[in-house]
Design a protein around this ligand. Structure first.
Ligand code: NAP
Length: 247
């Protein structure tokens, strides 16, 4: 499905991003991925994919929130891989608290890392996609970007912003054969959700019609489909993967 395909995944060192990186490597893609701090974890993923799948894969330390970093990143990826077919904007953080207690820094940091990063990476990749006359951009939103969530005004706003951005980009770039879709995960069990504690996690699981949290693999499989030519007539869509939470 993804043979000879070059994908760039932001935040590939842990959780959902790691799941996407490993799945793409298994499917024969050449994978570039970023991390912000977790260099040991990133190196372990590279070693694993090289030995298990014989992958062409490289990890880059790059802060997705910094415009200059992302321009440099795209240059390096093109030098190393020669092309770019798919961009997956996955890097994200939470800084959850009620609005009453939310500081300006907590607002700014979440918007910068979750939303501005999507602008940065998309803008930096655009020339490459235009030249190739094709490209697939996949942006990681969340069901709370659709529904909102108490205690997550900053995070929900960043994830709703991603949806508006992606639909606009899909309209702007459709005539150039550049597609842009959004995945809205529900409750996917990763380090991000571990912070919530077992009691909270169990109550989330009970509210889900399929009665379980999702796995990074669930997101990775849809990402592979959206990256591939099998989805060549799909753009501007928001697809929830949430075990039926969002109906
Ligand atoms: P996670 O386990 O906390 O992993 C976050 C990843 O993002 C890590 O690889 C981290 O790199 C990277 N990252 C953080 N800040 C970065 C920055 N400034 N520049 C580059 N990379 C950065 O999170 P996750 O649960 O896998 O979530 C992945 C995405 O899915 C996020 O956008 C999240 O909002 C979204 N999502 C998750 C869920 C869920 O239930 N888990 C639900 C809906 C949406 P380091 O390891 O170097 O820190």
């Amino acid at each position: 499905m993804l043979q000879n395909h070059v994908a760039l995944v932001t935040g590939g060192s842990r959780g959902i991003g790691k799941g996407i990186v490993e799945h793409f490597a298994e499917k024969g893609a050449k994978v570039a991925f970023t991390y912000n701090n977790s260099s040991e974890k990133a190196n372990a993923i590279v070693a694993h994919c090289k030995s298990k799948f014989g992958s062409e894969i490289k990890a880059y330390k790059s802060n997705a929130a910094k415009f200059d970093d992302t321009e440099e990143l795209i240059k390096n990826v093109l030098t190393d891989f020669g092309q770019l077919d798919c961009l997956i904007n996955n890097a994200g953080i939470t800084q959850d608290t009620l609005l009453m207690r939310m500081s300006e820094d907590q607002w700014d940091e979440v918007i910068r890392i979750n939303l501005k990063s999507v602008f940065n990476l998309t803008k930096a990749s655009l020339r490459t996609f235009l030249k190739a006359k094709k490209g697939s951009i996949i942006n990681m939103s969340s069901v709370v970007g659709i529904n909102g969530n108490a205690g997550q005004a900053n995070y929900s706003a960043s994830k709703a912003g991603i949806i508006g951005f992606s639909k606009s980009i899909a309209k702007e770039l459709g005539s150039r054969n550049i597609r842009c879709n959004v995945i809205a995960p529900g409750f996917i069990e990763t380090e991000m959700t571990e912070k919530l504690g077992e009691e909270m996690v169990e109550s989330w699981r009970n509210q889900i019609p399929l009665k379980r949290g999702g796995l990074p693999q669930d997101i990775a499989q849809l990402s592979a489909f959206l990256a591939s030519d099998e989805s060549s007539y799909i753009t501007g869509q928001v697809i929830s993967i949430c075990g039926g939470m969002n109906m």
